[in-house]
Design a protein around this ligand. Structure first.
Ligand code: PA5
Length: 444
């Protein structure tokens, strides 16, 4: 269950700030239910939790089992929506230190998400002498970061394994019919999984994009889908009053007040990568046409010792959404110390979770005094079902929020600009005139 508390935010809003958004919410709800808003070609995620390919789901589980049996390490190659969800889920469900914990599942390395040769080399070195499988994920099949990493990794694996053996070790998640990766996979006989046409990268964590790596990490992907299905059912049953729409409306109410930054704050290390996933979901969906709330994130309490000053006291352009975990995985109780040289005996007998909760409440009240509205989202515990609920909650809220804002939440025209310039500067055939124009610009 995901709960949204707004009592620490409402004092910043007038009744009309929310009520005036009702017509926009009604329109957004219509677009979502009828799949007739901008970007409606990319609304496959709405029914995905109850309408997914069961045959492929079974193949994903079988592939994950095979990878676990035959591999010490899985290398996941992908960028943006083609890796953030899987990384978020594995960190949240298992551990942000997944590769260092004791486990009976393979290590998982994420690469192909930058042009850093150092990062790539580290992954290659870490896999030295290990039995390796690869999951390369790219909807277009042509994303340069991922395609380059795949080239390096393939050339390494070709030294270790025969072409036949690689068929059992390389898994491609891509478009069902088109693209360089699909063509290559088919030619080599690699097993492929599908990124559905109607689901964009940032909404794809509950497709094979996320599910295969998540299953390899030993997580229960049935539970994940069940949680998402339950949240879907609850939201559609609750109509305009559902929890996701409430979050969408409140965000827009703050935006209309000039709050241009949303800070997603969490007190659990395991949530950090979820915040990265959330940033892409909201940043790519809303930041366009000169509009949008900039999605930022902090990990407390560590960032209270760095960004805390700014949030408390800096320019008043932000609101915070605090993500609270109700039940910890482990209960650590502060021991009593006879000497008490650290003067911490007043905490003896308290659990770390209780201390964390008090730190959160204290911070929240201080930030309110500093003029920062706070929303609070509570989830039960770090389990698959809860994660499924949370994914669906954030996706639905994002779609509604984008429509209320008046943008197409499902496109990302702006991401092409850096690529055009980069291709021109790298001398990609077909970009000759842009290269000249850019070089002239650099001389200015
Ligand atoms: O959300 C998106 O569409 C992007 O983040 C893409 O997922 C990312 O650019 C990777 O694209 P592709 O899967 O085509 O390699």
């Amino acid at each position: 269950m995901i709960r949204l508390e707004d009592k620490y935010a409402l004092s910043f809003l007038k009744e009309d700030d929310i009520a005036s958004l009702t017509p926009a919410l009604q329109t957004a709800d219509g677009y979502i239910r009828n799949r007739n808003g901008a970007g409606n070609d990319f609304t496959g995620w709405i029914d995905l939790p109850v309408n997914y390919d069961k045959e492929e789901f079974a193949r994903i589980k079988a592939a994950a089992k095979r990878i676990c049996e035959t591999s010490d390490a899985l290398i996941v190659i992908g960028i943006g929506g083609s890796y953030l969800g899987a990384k978020a889920a594995i960190d949240f469900l298992r551990s942000p230190n997944y590769n260092s914990i004791k486990k009976d599942t393979p290590d998982i390395y994420f690469t192909g998400n930058s042009f850093s040769g150092d990062d790539l080399k580290e992954v290659l070195d870490a896999c030295e002498g290990k039995r390796v499988s690869v999951n390369v994920i790219s909807k277009s099949g042509t994303t340069t970061e991922s395609a380059l990493a795949f080239r390096f990794i393939r050339s390494e694996l070709e030294k270790r394994y025969s072409r036949e053996e690689l068929k059992e070790r390389i898994y491609c998640t891509t478009d069902k019919a088109r693209g360089a990766l699909k063509n290559f996979a088919d030619a080599e006989g690699y097993e492929t999984f599908v990124i559905p046409d109607d689901i964009g990268g940032r909404f794809s964590v509950l497709t094979a994009v996320g599910l295969l790596p998540i299953a390899v990490a030993g997580c229960d992907i049935d539970g994940l889908m069940q949680g998402a299905a339950a949240m879907r059912e609850q939201c559609f049953a609750d109509g305009l009053n559902n929890v996701a729409y409430r979050y969408a409306v409140l965000r827009n109410a703050f935006y209309n007040q000039g709050k241009r930054i949303e800070i997603l704050a969490s007190y659990e290390g395991a949530f950090r990568s979820m915040a990265e996933w959330w940033k892409q979901l909201y940043g790519e969906s809303e930041g366009k046409d000169g509009k949008g709330i900039f999605p930022a994130s902090v990990a407390f309490s560590t960032d209270l010792h760095s960004l805390g000053q700014f949030i408390q006291d800096g320019s008043r352009t932000m609101f915070e959404t605090v993500v609270r975990q109700e039940k910890p995985v482990n209960t650590l109780t502060v021991p009593f110390d006879e000497l008490n040289t650290d003067t911490l005996n007043y905490l003896a007998g308290m659990t770390m979770n209780e201390i964390n909760d008090h730190a959160m409440t204290g911070t929240l009240l201080a930030h309110l005094d500093g003029g920062v509205p706070n929303l609070m989202l509570t989830y039960d515990s770090r389990c698959e079902y809860t994660l499924g609920e949370m994914v669906y909650f954030f996706e639905l809220a994002c779609a509604a929020s984008g429509y209320i804002l008046g943008v197409n939440p499902f496109d990302q025209p702006g991401v092409e600009d850096y690529k055009r310039n980069m291709f021109a500067l790298l001398g990609k055939p077909g970009y000759e005139s842009q290269k000249e124009a850019l070089e002239n610009k650099m001389k200015l």
